[in-house]
Design a binder for this molecule. Structure first.
Ligand code: MGD
Ligand code: MGD
Ligand code: SF4
Ligand code: MO
Length: 745
């Protein structure tokens, strides 16, 4: 008999509720949208529908691998953890924590274990060398939020379901599922916007599926969005359209922003952006006039030369038009595991550059160093060289600029651990490879994405399938890693959770604002339910969170048991205004014109004078892909080659490139050969190549991916070009040159 099980989809940020079919043989044989899910209401996309194939991919590793005499060989878990301790201990003893680094990849925000254990690992390891996918992604938004609100994690999201005008800058949610805006069924929500008379404007150098669904598409020249946004801000000031509304009393720095914007009227930026000044002006009028409007920027606004400046201007524009922190505007979600809100008071503010990277001198941001600087930290000899690396759920050889260099650097490490289900371009360098179970055998809670969700809600999935014999949960793998780096490899991994619980309760009982102030932490710990440490920690967070039962203080409040009793989730209502309570700036205000951004504005102004012509490279995403790791799923890679270089027909004619030609692309970081796809979906002067491809390295085990490897776009990208405030790699708007190699690929 087959049965069904509910499972939140971990394959993109939309967090759709799925109903999995479990066949008699104990495998996921089907997946459909859960019509009763309180948030996703039955929505599903082709990736979610392929959950069964993703889960049962025969290339997923089932046991640990340990390098012996240069070769990776299967090993038992005990042997693997012993090898981790034996590999790390002497390096730590001789060189200290600075000789170690951690790379955390994207799926850490898509697994429950990835939310719970990496902070403990970093706490135990105490290395200044933390690298994550964030500096290939959204770090500019964190820095902007840190400077504006004093809290790098306070990222406002577009209140999609209530807005009247949505301006999307550099995002393509119809293919990506949405990002820093968790909204299952983005397409339906955009249709609803237009059905209620709202408008959608998309700014993107490509005519994406999202742009096609819009009222207006502005095909901007890549990398110039900060100029466009400044022009919108300038019009709002110049035409007296500033109307911040209720947040007005919490804003400081408005006049400074006015002064900065004065240099960027639409006429001054139109040439650089390659957009008509009139159109920019009209857009500003519309945004200001809409009862509720919101500007939302993603990858195309962050992984660019002025990423932090652009991210900041998005919020500035929302604030000036009265759309920050109000329904239909940009709002701050309040997730069930967030810290419960406190009465407003000035905070400690946000500091950048508390330490710097050893080789490049890059300032840390939010405790991280630029992912693009990992290779040089491993390669460059001297005191503090990175000799050991722990990679959890990351594939930086493909995801970061100049993977060939990182590939060589990884091969030179004294010791490397990968926690990854695949033997891939990065993990093939590991000395110990620890594979977590597939998602069907793992529990799921969205610690990360509930904090970016367009509706407050809470959902938890227990594993749909029991752990296969011989497997460890990812929670146990990571807990044991924590023990290994503390030199206690033999200890019971449950001790790690027990310590985390004890520490969290210790803080809570000492906090006069907490509902458990003054109570006994041992007594509280005894109330926690859950089948393992990870669940007990979830119970703790729920109970002390903003909707929690406070360990009995509010009997109606959330507990793990209550969430489990609602398998389709509990709706916690629409987003509500949260200012000024969430501010942690020193002034206790929204500091609209932070000094580092004023300085960046000066740098931006200088770009108005110089403009290089020539082709600019941008990325793109495909609905059936996800970064580098879903190219091994037959259901998701069938059909025509997707790793093509898109070229506009006019550029193609000028360069003699025919559709299907093999072209050589040369960028500041390197060159490669790829098939050209001539299409007017990209604007003139722009070419587009997706990332996450290039599965042609030896020593991997991803047989489907290797059969159609594609090329690694990041080989073209110069890893030394960073958004300076956030250390984020410039992955979009990179100059390239094209030559034809052969009339057909
Ligand atoms: N040129 C260019 N480059 C880009 C981007 C771009 O737009 N253009 N996008 C950037 C962005 S936004 C991001 S987030 C990064 C992503 O960068 P990475 O996180 O380095 O890359 P992924 O391809 O997501 O790799 C995820 C790894 O996690 C593994 N994995 C999958 N599921 C699990 C699991 O459950 N547990 C564990 N432990 N591991 C798992 C996969 O096998 C894979 O090795 O790439 C960036 N790179
Ligand atoms: N199907 C699928 N879904 C995914 C992923 C995936 O790889 N595949 N990856 C996941 C991850 S890790 C992330 S971070 C999110 C990202 O989610 P999104 O940000 O929505 O991702 P993209 O589809 O890359 O959209 C970025 C858009 O920016 C445009 N762009 C490039 N340069 C510029 C520029 O200078 N200015 C402007 N205005 N636009 C520009 C590109 O043409 C592209 O259409 O998607 C997530 N979801
Ligand atoms: S949209 Fe995202 S979360 Fe929803 S089914 Fe598709 S991959 Fe899964
Ligand atoms: Mo990402």
């Amino acid at each position: 008999m087959s049965r069904t099980a509910l499972r939140i989809c971990p394959l993109c940020e939309a967090t759709c509720g799925l109903t999995l079919t479990i066949g008699e043989e104990g495998r996921v044989t089907g997946a459909r949208g859960d019509g009763d899910d309180v948030f996703s209401r039955g929505f599903i996309c082709p990736k979610g529908a392929s959950f069964g194939q993703v889960d049962a991919d025969p290339d997923r590793l089932r046991q640990p691998w340990v390098r012996r005499g240069g070769r990776l060989e299967p090993a038992s878990w005990d042997e693997a953890f012993a090898a981790v301790e034996a590999g790390l201990a002497p390096l730590l003893a001789e060189h200290g924590p600075r000789a170690t680094a951690v790379f955390l990849g994207n799926p850490n925000v898509h697994t429950m274990a990835g939310g719970l254990y990496p902070p403990l690992l970093l706490g135990a390891l105490r290395t200044p060398n933390l690298f994550t996918a964030s500096t290939l992604d959204q770090m500019p938004k964190h820095v902007s939020s840190g400077l504006l609100y004093g809290d790098a994690n306070a990222v406002p999201v577009p209140d999609l379901d209530r807005t009247d005008h949505l301006l999307i800058i550099g995002a393509n949610p119809l293919d990506s599922g949405g990002s820093l805006c968790t909204a299952p069924d983005f397409p339906g929500r955009l249709r609803a916007l237009r059905r209620r008379g709202g408008r959608l404007t998309v700014v993107d150098p490509r005519r994406t599926r999202t742009a096609e669904a819009a009222d207006r598409h502005l095909a901007i020249r890549p990398g110039t969005d900060a100029l466009l946004l400044f022009a919108l801000v300038q019009v709002v000031f110049a035409e007296d359209l500033v109307a911040p509304g209720a947040v007005g009393e919490h804003l400081t720095g408005v006049d400074e922003v006015r002064r900065l914007a004065a240099d960027f009227p639409p006429e001054a930026v139109a040439g650089a952006c390659d957009l008509p000044a009139e159109e920019i002006r009209t857009l500003a009028h519309e945004l200001a006039a809409a009862p509720r409007a919101v500007v939302y920027g993603r990858i195309g606004s962050t992984t660019v030369e002025f990423g932090t400046l652009t991210s900041w201007l998005v919020d500035v524009l929302n604030a000036l038009t009265g759309n920050l922190d109000r329904p239909g505007g940009a709002m701050f979600p309040l997730s069930a595991t967030a810290r419960a809100p406190r009465p407003p008071r000035p905070g400690k503010g946000f500091a950048l550059g508390r330490w710097r990277s050893r080789v490049g001198g890059h300032p840390e941001a939010k405790g991280e160093l630029p992912a693009a600087a990992l290779a040089e930290e491993i390669e460059t000899p001297g005191e503090g060289r990175v000799r050991a690396l722990i990679v959890i759920a990351g594939n930086p050889v493909l995801s970061a600029p100049d993977g060939d260099r990182l590939d060589r650097a990884l091969a030179g490490l004294d010791f490397m651990v990968s926690v990854d289900p695949y033997l891939n371009e990065t993990s093939r360098h590991a000395h110990v490879l620890l594979p977590p179970p597939p998602p069907g055998q793992s529990p799921h809670f969205d610690f990360a994405f509930n904090a970016f969700a367009v509706r407050n809600q809470v959902r938890y999935s227990r594993p749909a399938l029991p752990l296969e014999a011989g497997r460890l949960s990812e929670a146990e793998i990571l807990a044991r890693l924590v023990l290994c780096v503390s030199g206690r490899g033999g200890a019971d991994p449950a001790a790690v959770d027990a310590m985390a619980i004890d520490a969290a309760l210790g803080k809570a009982v000492a906090d006069p604002q907490s509902p458990v102030h003054g109570r006994d932490r041992g007594e509280l710990a005894a109330h926690l339910t859950g089948v393992d440490g990870a669940e007990r920690r979830l119970d703790l967070m729920l109970r002390l969170g903003p909707y929690g039962d406070g360990f009995g203080a509010d009997p109606e409040g959330l507990t793990l048991a209550k969430v489990l009793a609602h398998p389709h989730g509990i709706d916690l209502g629409p987003l509500r205004p949260r200012l000024p309570g969430l501010l942690k700036t020193r002034s206790g205000t929204v500091e609209l014109c932070p000094e580092p951004l004023a300085a960046e504005t000066e740098r931006l102004r200088r770009t108005l004078e110089s403009r290089a012509d020539g082709l600019l490279l941008v990325g793109r995403r495909h609905l059936r892909s996800n970064n580098s790791w879903m190219h091994n799923i037959p259901a998701l890679v069938g059909g025509s080659n997707r790793c093509t270089l898109q070229v506009h027909p006019k550029d193609a004619a000028r360069l003699g490139v025919a559709d299907g030609a093999l072209v050589r692309v040369k960028g500041d970081g390197g060159e490669l050969e790829v098939e050209a796809e001539v299409t007017d979906a990209v604007r003139t002067g722009v070419v587009s190549l997706p990332h996450g491809w290039g599965h042609d390295r030896p020593g991997t085990r991803m047989s489907v991916a290797a059969a159609h490897p594609g090329v690694n776009v990041n080989q073209l990208i110069d890893g030394s070009r960073l958004d300076p405030l956030s250390g984020t790699a410039v992955l979009n708007g990179c100059p390239v040159q094209l030559t034809v190699v052969a009339p057909s690929a």
